[in-house]
Ligand binder design. Structure first.
Ligand code: PLP
Length: 453
């Protein structure tokens, strides 16, 4: 039954009206009941520069007075031009042009269509299939959900999802092939080749993957050499490689884009979240020389566009966020603060036997919980362990995100995501880890006696 007869909002869950946030400041959010929360997830890995940076919102008001809207099919404007050149300037060297949109799902939907139209321009109209990985997440629209592997979010909409083959993720903690990392031969990367051959290489357009995983395989970093192998396989069969950096990109892992930790170049790269840092809905597809040249040779047209593509206010905010990150060294900060975060989380793992793995890079960390560390046996789904940890932390004023259930190959498994704003101080980081320590302890106390009864 709906419990909020006083609200006209269709909430994410109509049985649960969330608290009202009045203001944000740095890593803190303040609600209307006078509570404050340490935002250790940056909303959903969105807020990089911190909440409530006044210079961004003041600029926004000035820009709105100048030109609030331009239709992208008819005009361009200064802020789109500036944001695109800043994005391309930070991106891997093969990136040439940015297609600016309003969110990560829009960016990936755009990348799907760009990959398809690339092959139409290239005279290979039979190439249309998109491959991706299990335990990957690329968005919530029908096409992007189709290529996502987040089982619980797919299930209700299964009848609408388009055909898309999913390959094994590079998930060494629970290797999909039951192997150990040493001497595994990287069967997970080779699974891409198997999928391409099964589909028919001449029909495959692109392979989408997150260089560091986000919500569905919290902060999983692929093993050394994985990205190189994937690139080789894509090249062997003429398939475009798409790096989804909506969550892991834009400084979060300590490099401008996560793929830059390797020397591998993608053909398309999507980014979002931190690009607008929550001050505006903003995301982009970065297209490489290869893709741009094909479009040029084919006459230039991309049959696509949203009403709000390249929105002036959003682009303006994007430029200001970029400049703020430059001035405050935030492109580099995530690496240093991230090292501290990972050191503290490693200590925490020493104190709690239920921590199976701590993973991640920079200001993106994931913790996978297990009922038994030696066998990696997950908690029963019914005890909702990760959700208990998140709830206990929230009662203590720290915000985390649970990725339950399904990390264990869609069956069960508990994980949480930690993705603070890059501006988090050492003292705030200590508070985060101390609170997490207490929250895990509380969840264990609630759950273990029930399990052993
Ligand atoms: N891609 C990745 C890797 C994401 O983590 C997300 C959102 O969490 C998306 C795409 C979808 O972005 P949005 O929610 O902005 O549509």
């Amino acid at each position: 039954m709906m419990q909020n007869p006083d609200s006209a909002v269709f909430y994410r869950n109509l049985a649960n009206r969330p608290p009202t946030i009045l203001r944000g400041e740095g890593v803190w959010l303040h609600d209307s009941d006078g509570r404050r929360y340490l935002d250790a997830v940056g909303g959903a890995a969105v807020v990089a520069i911190g909440h409530g940076v006044a210079e961004i919102t003041e600029d926004l008001a000035r820009q709105a007075a100048e030109i609030p809207y331009v239709y992208g099919a008819s005009f361009t404007h200064r802020w789109q031009e500036e944001l695109a050149s800043r994005l391309i300037g930070k991106a891997p060297p093969n990136m040439r042009a940015a297609y600016i949109v309003s969110g990560g799902s829009e960016a990936n939907e755009t990348a799907i269509k760009m990959a398809r139209q690339y092959f139409l321009h290239e005279g290979q109209p039979q190439r249309h299939k998109i491959l991706s990985r299990r335990q990957g997440y690329h968005g919530i629209t029908i096409a992007t959900l189709s290529i996502s592997g987040r089982t619980s979010w797919r299930q209700p909409f299964d009848p609408y999802l388009i055909h898309s083959r999913h390959v094994a993720p590079p998930y060494c903690y629970r290797c999909p092939f039951g192997k150990e990392p040493a001497g595994c031969g990287m069967a997970c990367a080779d699974d891409l080749e198997t999928a391409i051959l099964l589909e028919g290489p001449e029909t495959v357009a692109a392979f989408f993957m997150e260089p560091v995983s986000g919500t569905s395989l919290a902060a999983n970093v692929p093993p050394e050499g994985y990205l190189e192998r994937v690139r080789e396989i894509c090249d062997r069969y003429g398939v475009l490689l798409v790096a989804d950096e909506v969550l892991c990109g834009y400084g979060r892992t300590g490099a401008p884009f996560a793929i830059m930790h390797s020397g591998v170049e993608a053909d398309l790269l999507t980014c979002g979240k931190a690009v607008g840092s929550g001050y505006t809905p903003l995301a982009a597809v970065l297209a490489s020389d290869r893709v741009v040249d094909a479009f040029r040779r084919g006459g230039g047209e991309f049959t696509h566009g949203f009403t709000y593509s390249g929105h002036p206010l959003s682009c303006h905010v994007g430029v200001k966020v970029f400049d703020y990150m430059e001035r405050h060294d935030l492109w580099e900060r995530a690496a240093a603060t991230g090292d501290l975060l990972h050191a503290r989380l490693a200590d925490l793992a020493g104190r709690h036997a239920c921590i199976g793995e701590v993973r991640g890079r920079g200001m993106l960390a994931g913790i996978e919980f297990v009922a038994d560390r030696a066998s990696k046996r997950p908690f029963p789904t019914s005890v909702r362990f990760a959700e208990r940890v998140v709830a206990a932390a929230r009662r203590r004023g720290v915000l985390l995100l649970a990725g339950t259930p399904g990390v264990n190959h869609g069956r069960d498994g508990d994980q949480i995501q930690i993705s603070p704003p890059y501006v988090m101080s050492e003292a705030e980081l200590d508070l985060l880890v101390e609170t997490l320590d207490a929250a895990i302890g509380e969840a264990v106390e609630e759950v273990i006696p029930a399990l052993t009864r």
